[in-house]
Design a protein around this ligand. Structure first.
Ligand code: NDP
Length: 291
C-alpha cells in the first residue's frame, strides 16, 4: 500500500509556481493577484480564505480579501464583483461559498468575468471544460488529476467510479477522468444518492473517487483489492486527545480501507492541499492571459 502524500506533492508544485512567479514579477513588474470575496463570518469559510491568502504569499502572489456583511444584497455583491472584474491589477477572483441563503449563487457566479473565474465555476468555463477546450478547471478535480499524475498512477482504460455528482467535485471529476488525454482515459461510472447496488459498483473500481460528504461511509466492503482510492471528503470530528478538540476524517474509513489499496490519499494531507494548488495554477494562467 502506498500513501499518496498530497502535502508533499502540493509543496513541490508550489515551489515550481514560486519560481515562475518570481520570473514573471521581474519580467512584468508585478506578481499575479488573486482577490477573494468573503460574505459573512462563517468560521470554515474564514479558514479557507485565510489558507488561500497564506498559499498566495508562499508562492509570491498578491492576494486581497473583500469582507462583506452577511446582510449584503445580491445587487451590492454583484456591484463589488463588477468593480473587481474591471480592475486590471487583479487577475483572478473567487467568491467563497456557501453564500447566505438570500443570495442566488448561480447569479453571483455568472457575474464573474469568465477570464478571471479561477474557481472554474462560471458557465462559460464549465462549458469549455465539457467541450475539452482550454478553460479554468475546477480546483479539486484538477488537484486529483495532478495527484494521479505525480504519483505515476496508470489510469488508461481503468474503471474509475466517482461517488458524488456536485458541480464542484463529482461531476467535473467524472468529465476530466473520461477525457482522451494523459492521466485520464478512464471508463467512468458516476454514482449519487439514488444509485442502486453502490457497494457492488464500487467493488469494480480500479480508481475510486469519494466525494459524498458522508463521514467514513466507504468501508473495506466497497473496495476491490489493489484499487486506488482518492478521498475528497473533509469532516471535523470531536477528539478530546487533540489540542484543537477535533480531528479531520474523510468519506473513507481509512484504517480498514488502506490495507486493501495499492494507493490511497489520507485525510488530512491528501486532496485538501491540492485544491489550493489548483487555484494557484489557475491564477497564474489568468495572469499570463492563457485563455
Ligand atoms: P455535495 O454535498 O455538494 O454533494 C455530495 C454528493 O454525494 C451528491 O451528489 C449526493 O447525491 C452524493 N451522495 C450523498 N450521499 C450519498 C450516498 N449515501 N451514496 C451515494 N452518493 C451520495 O458535496 P461536495 O461535492 O461539495 O463535497 C463532498 C465532500 O468533499 C464534502 O465532505 C466536502 O467537505 C469535501 N470537499 C473537499 C474539498 C477538498 O479540497 N478536499 C473540496 C470540496 C469539497 P445527490 O446528488 O443525489 O444528492
Amino acid at each position: 500500500m502506498n500513501i499518496i502524500d498530497g502535502k508533499l506533492i502540493a509543496n513541490q508544485i508550489k515551489s515550481e509556481i514560486a519560481k515562475e512567479v518570481e520570473q514573471l514579477r521581474s519580467d512584468k513588474g508585478r506578481a499575479p493577484h488573486l482577490a477573494a470575496i468573503l460574505v459573512g463570518d462563517d468560521p470554515a469559510s474564514q479558514t479557507y480564505v485565510a489558507n488561500k491568502e497564506k498559499s498566495c504569499a508562499e508562492v509570491g502572489m498578491t492576494s486581497s480579501v473583500y469582507k462583506l456583511d452577511a446582510r449584503i444584497s445580491e445587487k451590492e455583491l454583484v456591484r463589488t464583483i463588477n468593480f473587481i472584474n474591471t480592475d486590471e491589477e487583479i487577475d483572478g477572483l473567487i467568491v467563497q461559498l456557501p453564500l447566505p441563503e438570500h443570495i442566488l449563487v448561480d447569479k453571483v457566479i455568472a457575474a464573474i468575468n469568465p477570464l478571471k473565474d479561477v474557481d472554474g465555476f462560471h458557465p462559460v468555463n464549465v462549458g469549455k471544460m465539457v467541450l475539452g477546450q482550454p478553460a479554468y478547471l475546477p480546483a479539486t478535480p484538477m488537484g486529483i488529476q495532478l495527484l494521479l499524475q505525480r504519483s505515476g498512477i496508470d489510469t488508461v482504460g481503468k474503471h474509475c467510479v466517482v461517488l458524488g455528482r456536485s458541480n464542484i467535485v463529482g461531476t467535473p471529476a467524472s468529465i476530466l477522468m473520461s477525457r482522451n488525454q494523459s492521466f485520464a482515459n478512464c471508463t467512468v461510472t458516476l454514482c449519487h444518492s439514488k444509485t442502486q447496488n453502490l457497494q457492488a459498483i464500487c467493488r469494480q473500481a480500479d480508481i475510486l473517487i469519494a466525494a459524498i460528504g458522508k463521514c467514513e461511509m466507504i468501508t473495506a466492503d466497497y473496495i476491490k483489492e489493489g484499487a486506488t482510492v482518492i478521498d475528497v471528503g473533509i469532516h471535523r470530528v470531536e477528539d478530546s486527545t487533540k489540542k484543537s478538540g477535533y480531528c479531520l476524517k474523510g468519506d473513507v474509513k481509512y484504517d480498514e480501507v488502506a490495507p486493501k489499496c495499492e494507493y490511497i490519499t489520507p485525510v488530512p494531507g491528501g486532496v485538501g492541499p491540492m485544491t489550493i494548488v489548483g487555484l494557484l495554477i489557475n491564477t497564474l494562467k489568468a495572469f499570463k492571459k492563457e485563455f
